[in-house]
Design a binder for this molecule. Structure first.
Ligand SMILES: [Zn+2]
Length: 649
């Protein structure tokens, strides 16, 4: 610190300036942290990096879908993977308890339960509970937390004070990562408050509304998890490139007679790159193929290095700025290598021409690579005169399916400033793969951005099932950071339950919009819009502004509507577990309780059991609950962390 004797005020002020600088200009793409180790100390608490799970039938269908999506986030950003339970000794069994809760670390109790109760079915919340199970306490429980936050004990609800206890550095470790106000493991300022006064006051005032985010893993959360489990790679991340480095991520120029160039700006546009929007001195590059310079029919190939993705579906995401002629074409190919084609076999996945011109547009392309391959961007100069060309930036490739649709919300900054509170912003109508037509509505209230899903009338309605059964919408406001692993997009997931009734009970909520909706007339014609479902508190304005949700005044909502009716079927039990339960039933184990007054889920399960399989499940549940209780008597180490459900702000 160069001999400065800073007092805490200066340090805080210094930090504040640094933080404001970094998030307004964001030039620090990477920073390194010193190594040392809010995680539970002891190898016995670790899980294997592939964790067996069981989704109990008590879970809401939407919750099941959210949990599976959360697993995808772990696969993308960490080395942790999840696999259906096949009889492994220790596994995580997820059920619908009275809230969101988990114990900390692998307790080695066989069936370790984790509750995703009502209002816990949010992506960030599920990530949070599984971080407990993986070995993390809350961020505000760190041994050094008194340096960063003040706990206001007299404002905490009775019986909840234990949620604010500290874990000393003999039993917990911060893994060498500084205190993180942005952690998904941090409570919000009003956590378990009696009234509206904060229970947690951040020492740096700037962070008072930062704490409590449930968008997803922060950068420090990932560092900690990856350190605790010695992660070196994730299972579904493949590649990311922002073209800032001169080696352009190992990409090469292919066989064409024209070339792509690494540029900072182009006269015909764009004036800046997408990653930094030109705000960083000495940075801000993108790749450009000038069709203004190239001759008719000229081709330029930009090819990735050799990539080895998992066979199956991959999603290629990139930003394209098109200022070329309407008949210039950008084609996305994959060059796959094997014995039969050592020089590579090309397969075309998408061709883009025309489209939206003169702005950075997000593109998602579904690929299907099985072997070693390169991703190839081919630019082709058309016949018409061009004043610009194709520009590419912020490419990400991962082993996952792409979102189905993109809603590019232009000038969201202007809309927030000028539209009166409560005015609505309607997305175009989109079609799901099953054929359902839907629409998303965004509203700006005083503090919050609200988000709702509506079914709308569409071309397939006569052949679709009504009320619409078990279609799950995933709506994600995209964090536009360049590297997909660091993106903290805000998700909202909603499932159409065909049995859900309108509030007066006269209609089915998700019935045909022509029947239960109202007629809407717009410039491009009229249609019917059904009732909406969503949340009035999707995201606070301050979070909307502080993350990279808005870049160049624009935001992107990524939308999918998927059939999840397969999740109605109970997850199959491993063969060994079914046998064990059957023999237990034959033996008539008198010690096993028939129902447990302390465990309402067991009772519910027993009461709801109809088929033989369901009975086996409840027997197992009861036996395991009984075993777990016995263990808890033996050791007081098993502490279940009970979180607040619902929206935490
Ligand atoms: Zn928690």
């Amino acid at each position: 610190d160069e001999g400065h004797d800073w007092d805490i005020f200066d340090i805080n002020e210094g930090l504040k300036t640094l933080y404001l600088f970094s998030h307004s200009i964001s030039c620090f793409l990477h920073y390194r942290q010193t190594f040392s180790r809010n995680s539970i100390i002891g190898d016995k608490y670790r899980w294997p990096t592939t964790i067996p799970y069981y989704l109990e039938d008590s879970l809401e269908i939407n919750a099941k879908g959210v949990i599976l999506k959360a697993f995808d986030q772990y696969r993308l950003k960490t080395c942790i993977d999840f696999t259906p339970w096949k009889g492994e000794k220790n596994y995580i069994s997820v059920y619908k308890g009275s809230g969101c809760s988990s114990s900390v670390g692998n307790q080695r109790v066989g069936k370790q339960r984790l509750s995703i109760g009502s209002n816990c079915d949010r992506l960030g919340t599920v990530e949070h509970e599984f971080l407990h199970a993986l070995g993390f306490w809350h961020e505000q429980s760190r041994a050094d937390r008194d340096d960063y936050v003040n706990i206001m004990w007299d404002r905490i609800k009775t019986g909840k004070k234990h949620n604010f206890e500290k874990h000393n550095d003999k039993e917990s470790s911060a893994l060498g990562v500084p205190y993180d106000y942005g952690s998904v493991m941090h409570y919000s300022k009003n956590g378990f408050s009696i009234g509206s006064e904060p229970t947690i006051v951040t020492k740096i005032p700037h962070f008072k509304d930062v704490i409590g985010q449930r968008m997803g893993f922060s950068s420090s959360d990932l560092t900690k998890l990856n350190r605790l489990y010695n992660c070196t790679k994730s299972s579904s991340f493949v590649d990311s490139c922002d073209f800032e480095e001169e080696n352009i991520c190992g990409m090469i120029q292919g066989p064409g007679n024209a070339k792509w160039e690494q540029r900072r700006s182009v006269r015909g546009g764009p004036q800046t790159d997408f990653t930094n929007m030109g705000q960083c001195k000495g940075k801000g590059f993108f790749m450009h193929f000038s069709t203004a310079v190239a001759k008719r029919g000229d081709r330029a190939f930009l090819e990735s290095r050799w990539l080895y993705p998992k066979p199956g579906a991959q999603c290629l995401q990139f930003f394209l700025h098109n200022t070329g002629a309407a008949d210039d074409v950008l084609s996305i190919w994959v060059r796959e290598y094997d014995k039969a084609s050592p020089k590579g076999k090309m397969s075309l996945f998408k061709s883009i021409s025309g489209g939206v011109m003169g702005s950075w547009e997000l593109h998602n392309v579904n690929l299907n690579v099985r072997k070693k391959a390169r991703v190839v961007f081919e630019g082709v100069r058309g016949k018409r005169p061009s004043k610009g060309g194709f520009s590419l930036d912020d490419i990400n490739l991962s082993s996952t399916k792409c979102p189905q649709h993109i809603w590019h919300i232009r000038n969201i900054t202007g809309l927030m400033a000028t539209t009166p509170a409560g005015s609505k912003l309607y997305s175009p109508r989109f079609l799901s793969p099953a054929g359902y037509s839907f629409q998303v509505i965004v509203l700006f209230f005083q503090r919050y951005m609200a988000l709702y899903l509506h079914l709308t009338s569409g071309p397939n309605d006569h052949r679709l099932k009504w009320p619409c059964p078990w279609q799950q919408a995933t709506m994600a406001l995209m964090d536009q950071q360049s590297d997909i692993r660091q993106q903290m997009s805000m998700h909202q997931m909603i499932t159409t339950d065909p049995k859900k009734k309108s509030s007066d009970g006269t209609q089915y909520y998700w019935d045909n919009p022509r029947k239960v909706g109202s007629k809407v007339t717009e410039s491009d014609g009229s249609y019917y819009r059904g009732p909406g479902s969503g949340t009035s508190s999707f995201l606070t304005h301050s979070r909307l502004r502080s993350n990279k949700f808005i870049k160049g005044d624009d935001a992107f909502l990524l939308l999918s509507l998927e059939d999840i009716s397969s999740l109605l079927v109970p997850q199959p039990l491993p063969h060994s577990a079914v046998q064990a339960a059957a023999s237990l039933m034959r033996a008539g184990d008198h010690d096993a309780p028939q129902g447990d007054a302390n465990n309402p889920t067991v009772i519910t399960t027993v009461a709801a059991s109809v088929g033989a399989v369901a009975l086996v499940v409840s027997m197992l549940t009861a036996v395991n609950a009984w075993r777990m209780r016995r263990r808890q008597y033996k050791s007081d180490k098993v502490v279940i962390i009970q979180d607040m459900s619902g929206f935490m702000e």
